[in-house]
Design a binder for this molecule. Structure first.
Ligand code: ADP
Ligand code: MG
Length: 466
């Protein structure tokens, strides 16, 4: 037994592939995601002999860039993994014909990078495999959107549906559908670089890139995609700098015939606060809406989903739920899960009475989804300040106070972690969030006017959600 562990340890420490894999894990936690994808994923370990670690990179520019920016990080990381200092030695991939040091975008668009990424399955698309066309139920409300999605999945970038813009209310299947496109392409066309993310994440990453001076990496990374899927594009409203950058990414991809897929809660023309030039581009391709499911579709969804859980619901229950939960599919699904939970937790059989109780609970649950976005928006409206100011480094007293209040309310009213809250406020540290929370809590104790301010903002948020 002990021997085996020793042998295993030994192999970890000597096999260049395993060593590099360990290094990547550490590096990933220490650099922005874009930097990781752009500069570290393409590196291939070659040999590890006589304390020299030989790494293969796509071209000479890589060596200069890494040496200049990440030398310390790589050396430290290798020492941490190996337990000793190793000398680094870079070699350039042989068949790399024309490295162009001035064109950083070449580095990520070049096809030489793809095999490495696919082979090691290290490139992350952030797609959830759960979302497929196979388990997306057709209905009148989603017919056009679904048909277009399938067409795009079969020929990404080659249909006139570029961009493909899906809009509709919450819980109607927008995210499911756009991820289904990504998942299908991943399966059928293996060498496509696909990425899925929400506009919110895009913004947070952009802010991180600004702070860490890696805006070029950030934009080159997205410009190198074959398929770019951005969910909930309405989150770009009011974020002008992010919109500018997204505009560049959009143009580069569109000109290169790469597929762009977007979702939103409203049609392009209603996205007030979004730059006109973006709105007009969103209308270049195909815009499709998703409508709430009609009664028949709701029945079909409930039947199919309960079958997936291995149960067959009596018709009267399916009908009861379909009649009473009408707004969206997420709620239908939520109701079913809750029903199953209620039944198994209390060892009760699934009957109409239990279904009624569950539907009632769902109606109560509806009231408690408050997002950090929404809190921020309300606080900014209250103080009449620009939402961007609350995120950037502005230290003006009133803005700093608004920011602290928004952090305080995010901590009190949502289940988000301190880290997530920090990210929403310009990538601030979790300790900044704790500090904000504590100081507002203290001030409220003694300062009655502040107490009233905070409480009236809180009421406003809770009222509009309820
Ligand atoms: P949206 O992005 O529009 O808010 P989602 O795509 O997140 O909605 O859908 C909410 C939930 O409902 C998800 O779990 C999704 O799988 C499910 N869903 C939505 N539409 C369908 C459909 N047509 N068939 C099956 N499941 C669906
Ligand atoms: Mg969604």
């Amino acid at each position: 037994m002990e021997n085996q562990i020793l042998v295993e340890n030994y192999s970890v420490l000597s096999d260049p592939k395993l060593v590099w894999k360990e290094c990547l894990k550490i590096i990933k936690d220490n650099v922005p995601f874009i930097t990781y994808n752009t500069w570290f994923l393409p590196i291939k370990p070659v040999t590890l002999e006589n304390s020299t670690f030989r790494l293969e990179v796509p071209n000479t520019f890589f060596i200069e860039w890494i040496d200049e920016h990440y030398n310390t990080l790589i050396n430290k990381t290798i020492k941490q993994v190996l337990g000793y200092d190793a000398k680094l030695n870079y070699i350039v991939t042989e068949d790399n014909s024309s490295p162009d040091p001035s064109a950083t975008s070449q580095l990520v668009t070049g096809s030489e990078i793809k095999p490495a990424q696919k082979e090691d399955v290290l490139f992350e698309s952030y797609l959830n495999q759960r979302y497929t066309f196979e388990n997306f139920i057709k209905g009148e409300g989603n017919q056009l959107a679904r048909a277009a999605a399938v067409a795009i999945a079969d020929n990404p970038g080659e249909t006139s549906f570029n961009p493909f813009f899906i809009y509709g209310g919450v819980g109607l299947g927008k995210t499911h559908l756009v991820q289904a496109i990504g998942n299908r392409i991943n399966k059928t066309l293996q060498n496509k670089k696909i990425i899925y993310l929400s506009a919110d994440t895009f913004t947070v990453e952009y802010i991180e890139a600004i702070q860490s001076n890696t805006v070029n990496d950030f934009s080159n990374f997205y410009k190198s995609m074959d398929v770019l899927i951005i969910d909930d594009i309405q989150f770009l409203i009011g974020k002008e700098k992010t919109q500018d950058l997204f505009f560049q990414v959009f143009n580069t991809l569109h000109q290169a015939g790469k597929q762009i897929i977007l979702t939103s809660d409203k049609p392009p023309k209603d996205l007030k606060g979004l730059n006109e030039r973006l709105i007009s581009r969103f209308q270049w391709g195909l815009t499709a809406d998703i409508q709430p499911p009609d009664y028949e579709t709701r029945i079909a969804i409930l039947k199919k989903k309960s079958e997936n859980y291995g149960i067959s619901l009596p018709p009267e229950i399916v009908e009861y739920i379909s009649t009473n939960i009408t707004s969206n599919i997420r709620e239908l699904e939520g109701c079913l899960i809750k029903l199953l939970a209620n039944s198994s937790l209390n060892s009760k059989e699934i009957n109409l009475e239990l279904a009624k109780k569950t539907v009632k609970e769902i109606a109560t649950d509806r009231k408690v989804v408050i997002s950090i976005e929404y809190i921020t928006k309300t606080v900014c409206e209250f103080f009449n300040i620009d939402e961007n100011k609350i995120r950037d480094k502005n230290r003006k007293k009133e803005i700093a106070l608004a920011r602290q209040i928004a952090m305080y309310l995010s901590k009190s009213l949502t289940k988000s972690s301190l880290k997530t809250i920090g990210l929403h406020f310009g990538g601030r540290d979790h300790s900044t969030v704790i500090h904000a929370f504590n100081s507002i809590s203290e001030m409220i104790e003694t300062d009655s006017s502040l107490r009233e301010t905070v409480s009236s903002i809180k009421n406003k948020i809770e009222m509009s959600v309820g």
